[in-house]
Design a protein around this ligand. Structure first.
Ligand SMILES: C[S@@+](CC[C@H](N)C(=O)[O-])C[C@H]1O[C@@H](n2cnc3c(N)ncnc32)[C@H](O)[C@@H]1O
Length: 183
């Protein structure tokens, strides 16, 4: 969910045997770019409005660096849980970035601390039995996409600050993950 250009999809594909991988993103430009990835299907969809998707269709719904962008993050988790079968899982990986220019950029386009609120957000979504932990590794937890840039510039940020932010990225800092079984 919120697959962007398919970065996470690319990482997941080698772990999926005999199943289907679907990526959804609100931005048609991102979906068009993701479609170059073989072995997965990509569609435009709003993660806050997934009612056209059948309930219980998927084994796993996962988002990474999506919830900080949406108005109602716990509602997105609730809707992700609806399209997952009972016994499947919902997972989210989000930044929790304390300071510096990256934090400023996150504040301009979303919520820099969201990754550290995952337990509460899962509970609000009806998924209280969640495991939350710090996540090491790729990708940058910080905003990097063209959509992020447009949002940052739209909120009054300057291109110069955005380019400074990209130059200062420290890729593995500040990512948090939560995973819960769907009842
Ligand atoms: C920072 S990118 C993350 C891309 C990818 N998940 C990753 O971690 O590499 C955030 C993506 O969320 C998408 N997005 C924002 N709001 C959304 C919504 N309501 N529904 C679906 N996608 C959304 C944006 O278009 C953007 O592609």
């Amino acid at each position: 969910m919120g697959c962007g250009r398919g970065e996470l999809t690319r990482e997941l594909l080698p772990h999926v045997t005999g199943g289907l991988v679907h990526g959804f993103d609100l931005d048609p430009r991102q979906v068009a770019a993701a479609r170059s990835i073989a072995g997965a299907r990509f569609e435009v969809a709003d993660a806050e409005d997934l009612y056209e998707q059948p309930a219980g269709k998927y084994d796993l719904a996962v988002c990474r660096r999506l919830l900080l962008h949406v108005r109602r993050p716990s509602e997105v988790l609730r809707q992700m849980a609806r399209i997952v079968r009972s016994g499947g899982a919902v997972a989210a990986i989000e930044p929790g970035v304390p300071d510096g220019l990256a934090g400023d950029v996150l504040d301009a386009i979303g919520e820099r601390w969201l990754g550290r609120r995952l337990a509460d957000l899962f509970a609000e979504a009806g998924l209280p039995d969640v495991t939350v932990a710090r996540v090491e590794g790729s990708p940058p937890p910080l905003p990097t996409s063209p959509t992020d840039r447009d949002q940052y510039l739209g909120s009054g940020g300057t291109l110069e600050r955005w380019e400074q932010h990209l130059a200062q990225l420290r890729p593995t800092e500040g990512l948090w993950g939560g995973i819960a079984k769907v009842p």
